[in-house]
Design a binder for this molecule. Structure first.
Ligand code: SAM
Length: 299
């Protein structure tokens, strides 16, 4: 299956009279060499379920279908793209399911269970999904060129959904990508790094210059892979609270910044075996886990 036989993405946008809506973070990748590179970064997805947020004109969708994603559930908020994506769903032989909805509130488990219950022959090209909730949890890769305005909340939502959900290959603004992979002492080190690395091994795969997008955003983007780590920290809500306090005043010593969490911050730090004079930016993953455990022990 080769997407080079399809009309070009630019021709499809023109044929449907579509233009980018900046309010929805629309910056399109119309070069299949780049979307294929993103699909390759996701590893072997042939025959495996994949979720894509924001297919837009479908450049990455095409690459994911070429790579064999099955099913590929593509959640798009902008209804203008549905008629453009419908022929792609047909071309995919029923592997692509386009869902009109908001990824921030989408229930991925329900979508996966719903898709799993439908045989390819019975799949329709486009669904406005309100599938019935089922308890089945299936692992699925998430591969997306994320809308900039909701990239971070989407990542936090998926991290908090828990381990064992599948790998993620995601394009963000470069500065957000750097915050995800940052290590203690880096300027970009903060809550996002601690949360992401509590659940995943993270890697910045490659950067993509702004000029590769239509229309070009102000800054470059980068693709990050996030893979389940063998020892995920299970209490991300607690970690979120603790890191919010610690990095809320990142230049202050922890004994001061953690006062927003508890009046006896020094006791908490002692229980977590952390120096009261340390600053959040110096604390590694293990240190934050101890701090979150110490905070939980008090609840
Ligand atoms: N995947 C396409 C590509 O690479 O060319 C488009 C990427 S564009 C950066 C982001 C896409 O996400 C747009 O199609 C936009 O309409 C869609 N989008 C924005 N907010 C969304 C949301 N909350 N839920 C689902 N899709 C959303």
């Amino acid at each position: 299956m080769n997407a080079d036989d399809l009309p070009t993405l630019r021709a499809e946008l023109e044929a449907h009279g579509l233009w980018a809506n900046k309010g929805l973070g629309q910056h399109f990748l119309l070069d299949l060499n780049i979307t294929r590179r993103i699909a390759r970064a996701a590893g072997d997805i042939a025959g495996k379920p994949v979720i894509e947020v924001g297919p837009g004109p479908g450049g990455l969708t095409r690459a994911l279908l070429e790579a064999g994603a099955d099913p590929l559930i593509a959640i798009e908020k902008d209804a203008r793209f549905l008629p453009l994506l419908a022929p792609l769903a047909e071309w995919s032989g029923g592997r692509l399911r386009v869902v009109h909805g908001d990824a921030l509130t989408a229930d991925e488990d329900a979508l996966l269970a719903w898709t799993a219950g439908v045989s390819p022959a019975n799949r329709s090209a486009t669904d406005t999904a309100s599938p019935a909730r089922t308890p089945a949890v299936q692992a699925a890769s998430i591969v997306s060129n994320l809308p900039y305005n909701v990239g971070t909340p989407l990542l936090v939502k998926w991290l908090k959904a828990g381990a064992g959900r599948g790998d993620m290959t995601l394009m963000f603004q470069k500065e957000v990508a750097q915050r995800i992979v940052a290590k203690p002492g880096d300027d970009a080190y903060g809550r996002l790094a601690v949360l992401a690395q509590a659940r995943c091994s993270v890697r910045l795969e490659f950067t993509v210059p702004a000029r590769a997008f239509t229309p070009p955003p102000k800054i470059a983007s980068a693709v990050v892979t996030l893979k389940d780590r063998p020892d995920p920290y299970p209490h991300l809500d607690v970690l979120e609270r603790v890191t919010a306090a610690a990095f809320g005043q990142r230049r202050k010593m922890l004994r001061a910044s953690l006062r927003s969490l508890t009046p006896d911050a020094e006791d908490l730090l002692r229980a977590a075996e952390l120096a009261p004079t340390a600053r959040a930016e110096e604390i590694d993953q293990a240190g934050f886990r101890r701090l979150a455990d110490a905070w939980r022990a008090r609840a």
